[in-house]
Design a binder for this molecule. Structure first.
Ligand SMILES: Cc1ncc(COP(=O)(O)O)c(C=O)c1O
Length: 342
């Protein structure tokens, strides 16, 4: 089976882990600090805190904001990873879903209709594309989620530099992936609050929430190694994207305009309302396609989001790999031909 993702973990990754082991210090330490400094340089933010996951990063960012103002209702994209919904709930807030357009980015008109009712908003750059609404002035604080789009740019500025706070994930298959981990990036005040919530041993008993959220040096060293080579991964995925463009019938080709300045994280096609059957066929031909999003998040709230529902019925994420063998190329091409009938 051609896997949906296959991050390359070569010798530099095992060397990095070995050197942490040899140092005798595996918990959060020098590597986590170096990862924070590296990301600060990439994004150009004031401060950054390495934590145990992207989901924790979101939850802690919301909790830190809540210390500065009342945060109850948080806007999240309906067509996004379930982590957003659970992070909002874990911070004691209520998610409010925002619908997407045909190109899977937010429907701006619908978003502005509800913006005034939100206390904060999480804007995701979806599937490696850039969400232009991060450039706009929102009536509430913006948490910019670059988990899937790290390395992408908008108006020559790195994504992650637009929101009041930004978060990223270092989960294995993500563009900056190591194994597990996440980071909160932003002003010093927010980051100090996130640090205080991440280490029970250094906590003060007046705090309402503290969890053990620090990132281990082993995980940090893996993420650091990925950061050193993610641009090469990105250009290899871009080549694979082009290979797919040349092999897919026109009506299945992912819209090229949406990729501008993106990081080629996912290759998503729209079927004719039958993603499920298409995925089954592709899998029977050895191609591990999957749904880009397991369920539209508005199913968990009372919001109606037709665009997200339609995307869920239509969209299929095809394997997009930095490298493939000759035989895999042949298998992939034959599988696409058989399943998409051309
Ligand atoms: C857009 C987005 N944000 C946040 C997360 C959560 O990251 P993690 O898996 O590190 O908890 C994910 C994970 O899939 C994601 O896709």
């Amino acid at each position: 089976m051609i896997p949906h993702s296959r991050p390359i973990f070569g010798a530099p990754f095992s060397d990095a882990v070995q050197s942490v082991m040899a140092s005798g210090h595996t918990a959060s330490g020098a590597q986590a600090t170096l990862l924070e400094q590296t990301v600060i340089q990439h994004i150009g933010c004031h401060d950054a805190v390495a934590v145990d996951s992207g989901t924790s990063a979101l939850m802690l960012a919301i909790r830190a904001l809540s210390m500065q103002m009342t945060i109850k209702h948080i806007g999240i994209p309906a067509y996004a990873c379930a982590s957003l919904l659970f992070a909002v709930r874990a911070a004691g807030c209520t998610p409010v879903c925002m619908d997407c357009k045909h190109d899977l980015r937010l429907d701006a008109d619908k978003a502005w209709d509800i913006a005034n009712k939100l206390d904060a908003v999480i804007l995701v750059h979806p599937f490696g594309m850039v969400e232009p609404l991060v450039k706009e002035t929102w009536p509430c604080p913006v948490i910019e989620d670059i988990a899937q789009a790290a390395g992408a740019t908008l108006d020559s500025k790195p994504v992650g530099s637009f929101g009041d706070i930004a978060i990223v994930s270092f989960y294995a298959t993500k563009p900056w992936g190591g194994a597990y981990g996440g980071m909160v990036m932003g002003e010093q005040k927010v980051c100090t609050q996130v640090r205080a919530m991440s280490n029970p041993d250094a906590s003060d008993f007046t705090q309402t929430y503290v969890g053990h959220h620090q990132l281990s040096d082993i995980h940090a060293s893996l993420a650091l190694t990925r950061l050193a080579c993610y641009q090469q991964d990105m250009s290899q995925r871009k080549q694979h994207m082009q290979w797919l463009d040349e092999r897919l019938p026109q009506n299945y080709v992912q819209s090229i305009t949406n990729r501008e300045n993106g990081n080629a994280f996912r290759y998503i096609i729209r079927t004719h309302h039958d993603a499920e059957t298409c995925i089954q066929h592709l899998r029977q031909h050895g191609i591990a396609a999957c749904k880009p999003v397991q369920q539209p998040l508005n199913l968990a709230t009372d919001g109606l989001c037709d665009g997200a529902y339609q995307a869920w019925k239509d969209c299929v994420s095809l394997p997009l790999l930095p490298t493939m063998s000759h035989n895999e190329h042949i298998q992939y091409e034959q599988g696409l031909k058989a399943c998409l009938q051309y």
